[in-house]
Design a protein around this ligand. Structure first.
Ligand code: C2E
Ligand code: MG
Ligand code: MG
Ligand code: MG
Length: 292
């Protein structure tokens, strides 16, 4: 408490630190009083096949609906949700929404599709996490192969044995696992053969520096070669312009995600984008009529 530290210590605190702590506290309080189903929603950012540019899937991204105030992005509130345990309710909401809405698109004949959902470390440490995911798939009817779970290296490493157990259980069912923000975490690549991983998503910082920076370019080329040698799919994240798209193509990235193709959109817009995409790629004519 500031008072018990004495006046001098209190004055020593930088204004900046106080503002940051205060901001964090405000987020925490707002999170605690939020109604998950009402105050949050899910957007989807399409992921495109690099060669055909056809939409092969999308990533579910949570948004906080705060009318009238400056929007707070997941980069700001997810860490607070993780520290306070609120992440469990948020993640459950995102996973359920993503599974249900993706299954709807599959039923509409818009597949094949894969939905990528971000996970937090705490979820992997839940004893029954894999069972929960399987239950969710049964409830929503989504085939396991249509779900990909995204994890960062820093989430995987600290407890690799427990992580391996959970991921193997999920993967055995057909659920896919991706490493998110690949290249920004640990330098040891040992985990790549200890864990069942199908996809590497190159962090957007590399893609954005790459066309101009020789080092970033070499790193992307190396990551892509590594993925190829290990038989993993590689996704370029954060592709914002033609130059970056061509660069990712040249480096043999399998899939592309970024503002150059699409920003995150709501479910209704995603549906329209997929319809257009399927017509453009001549896939709609072979489709069965939409189920009732
Ligand atoms: P991420 O999983 O790496 O997601 C990609 C982020 O990059 C998204 O930011 C997306 O909007 C943004 N992005 C996509 N294309 C571009 C581009 O071309 N340029 C740039 N500059 N950015 C691009 P968003 O939605 O703000 O999410 C930020 C992070 O918050 C995510 O990074 C993820 O780590 C976390 N997050 C989002 N939704 C969830 C969730 O449901 N659960 C958990 N645990 N974390 C989430
Ligand atoms: Mg992600
Ligand atoms: Mg990422
Ligand atoms: Mg991230």
């Amino acid at each position: 408490h500031a008072k018990s530290c004495g006046k001098n210590t209190y004055r020593f605190y930088s204004r900046k630190l106080n503002t940051r702590a205060q901001k964090r506290l405000e987020i925490e309080n707002a999170l605690r009083s939020a109604n998950v189903e009402k105050d949050f929603y899910v957007l989807y950012q399409p992921i495109h096949d690099a060669k055909t540019q056809r939409i092969s899937g999308f990533e579910a991204l949570i948004r906080w609906n705060q009318e009238g105030s400056v929007p707070i992005g997941p980069d700001q509130f997810i860490p607070v949700a993780e520290e306070t345990g609120i992440i469990f309710a948020l993640s459950e909401f995102v996973l359920r929404t993503a599974c249900r809405e993706t299954q709807y698109l599959l039923k509409e004949g818009l597949g094949p599709l894969r939905v990528a959902v971000n996970l937090s470390a705490q979820q992997l440490y839940q004893k029954d996490f894999a069972d929960r995911v399987q239950r969710m798939l049964r409830e929503t009817g989504l085939p396991p192969a249509a779900l990909e779970l995204e994890l960062t290296e820093s989430t995987l490493i600290p407890n690799i044995r427990q992580t391996a157990r959970v991921l193997q259980q999920l993967n055995k069912e057909g659920i896919r696992i991706a490493i998110d923000d690949f290249g920004t975490g640990y330098s040891s690549l040992n985990y790549l053969h200890r864990l069942p991983i199908q996809t590497l998503k190159i962090d957007k910082s590399f893609i954005q520096d790459a066309p101009d920076s020789k080092l970033a370019g070499n790193l992307v080329a190396t990551m892509s070669m590594l993925a190829q040698n290990l038989g993993k799919r590689i996704v370029a994240e954060g592709v914002e312009n033609l130059e970056q798209f061509e660069f990712a193509l040249e480096k043999h990235c399998d899939e592309i995600q970024g503002f150059y193709f699409n920003s995150p959109v709501n479910h209704e817009t995603l549906y329209k984008l997929l319809k257009e995409d399927r017509i453009q790629h001549g896939a709609m004519s072979q489709l069965p009529p939409a189920p009732t």
